[in-house]
Design a protein around this ligand. Sequence first.
Ligand SMILES: O=C(O)CCC(=O)C(=O)O
Ligand SMILES: [Fe+2]
Length: 374
Amino acid sequence: MKRSSDSTISPRSSKRQASLAAFLKPKNAPSPINTKIHISEGNGQEDKPIVLDDGEKPEPLKSITTLDKGKGKAVDLHQNGTAKSTATDLDLDPAWPPPQHPYHSPPNTTYNHPIVIPPPSPSLQPMRFNLNPKIVHNPTTDLDLVYYKSFIDKSSSKELMSFLLNNLPWYRVKYMVRGMNINTPRYTTVFGKDSTDIPWSGYMKCRPRAIPEVLERLMRKVEQVTSSQFNFCLVNYYSSGNDSISYHSDSESFLGPNPTIASLTLGHPRDFLLRHINHKNHPRTGNSVAVEKFVLEDGDMVVMKGKTQHEWEHSIPKRKSAKGRINITFRKGIVKYATENYYNYNVGKGSLHRWDREKGEMKEVEVSDGGVKS
Ligand SMILES: O=C(O)CCC(=O)C(=O)O
Ligand SMILES: [Fe+2]
């Protein structure tokens, strides 16, 4: 999806919000929200027309629709059927990944990395995880989440945050939509390749990058815990409360129907809002649907699944006092366009940024690393 809010195009641009989900609304459903500017925003962008709509007023927040308070434990699926409440990334099933896994091995573990991303430091071995999810499922509104509070344990999450901040290449992507310049309001980066048999070297518009070892190990664990398979890892860094992602759905057709997306938080907490695409008038009930809010804290993981991406939008709104937060998402792209799109909107053509440890801030590095070809 693309991004919008926070572009330089006009003072009102920060109000602009995005949704591709509007295109997926059931036929005859009432029009979701009226109409002025509605620019889709997120981490990928689909080649579809963009519905224009206006950022609407904020709505009162209601508590989450937690139907199962999550007393049960997550089942660690590859532990010979034994359910566990904690795990590490080193206790993976040796048969994982299976031969048909959608992440085909890159030519080497550092393939197309524009900078040296070191292997995980000893302090990151092993990473420890807590498996105590809450199931958030509302069959009427099709909200379908699994929410792991403190999925990554505190010391692993601190180490991981520092490792990623210091070692990943970061971008502040600029792009154009309908003649308007958009500045992505957060730092982004992406690794991985779609599940097609196209070789890693076979992309004309971008150069897919191998998922760095530490993120691949995390991905394998998340796959095991969620019974899913992924081939992309997108990472966001929100450096302050001014960084954000506006309402959008990750419902791009290049992820296939009902995509499962696992999303992890490291660092300072941020509000995560979910809004139904027909929140003013739900087609089945005729009622309004309240915005759902989660405060995502260090180590938390939210798995969005089922029809969530088709029926709901999510956002990380700006918040005055917020401080640095990393978000990692794992997804599965099924066509070549997934790769082109994700690199275009999360690496782009601009210069890379590195974390300046001494100053505690991002620094723009002059060289362009050729992530995306012109
Ligand atoms: O930062 C987050 O929690 C959400 C990120 C997100 O929605 C996205 O990258 O598509
Ligand atoms: Fe998203």
